[in-house]
Design a protein around this ligand. Structure first.
Ligand code: HEC
Length: 147
């Protein structure tokens, strides 16, 4: 018995060590780093989308200023489906060609591939939007608009 136990213990130690190491690994999709809403998504939406999707200039009824309003969606209903970017209008409109009237943004400049990936991964990661973060339009609308 003794020689066998001696052999088994190092094996068990290696196995346990491996299990412990694996417990520290991200659950899956190790190639998709966690998107930081405040650092990555907020500036992107603010610079490319908020101009036309905030309370003063509310295109298609879609207001992206707060989590609650963004999750409520626009005239077509919810535009963010947490976990499912391909079903989320917020992401799908970015992939449309300009032959479509709903291609976003409607201006000729497309959203860059790396920004597309940020939005895709953010929605895939269940679209976390920390409390207390509000998005702002790029312009100072109150002083430039009269309505
Ligand atoms: C220059 C103004 C403008 C900008 C900038 C803009 N949008 Fe829009 N958006 C519109 C208009 C206008 C519509 C309605 C289009 C139509 O169907 O005629 C719309 C519609 C949408 C819809 C459909 C909403 C619904 O419920 O049907 C989504 C989603 C959307 N925009 C997302 C975005 C995103 C994401 C960005 C930034 C990447 C963006 N938009 C930037 C003007 C804009």
């Amino acid at each position: 018995m003794k020689p066998l136990t001696k052999k088994l213990i190092p094996g068990a130690a290696i196995l346990l060590g491996c299990l412990a190491a694996c417990a520290n690994c991200p659950p899956h999709r190790a190639s998709t780093p966690q998107v930081d809403f405040a650092q990555q998504v907020k500036p992107l939406l603010e610079s490319r989308c908020l101009e036309c999707h905030h309370w003063r200039y509310l295109c298609a009824g879609l207001n992206l200023e707060t989590k609650t309003l963004a999750m409520k969606g626009g005239r077509s209903g919810p535009v963010i489906m947490p976990g499912a970017p391909e079903q989320s209008l917020l992401y799908r409109v970015l992939l449309l060609g300009h032959d479509s009237p709903v291609a976003m943004p409607p201006t000729p400049e497309r959203v860059e591939a790396e920004d597309l990936k940020i939005l895709h991964d953010w929605i895939l990661q269940k679209a976390p939007w920390p409390a207390g973060i509000y998005l702002e339009p790029p312009q100072d609308w109150p002083s430039t608009r009269t309505n």
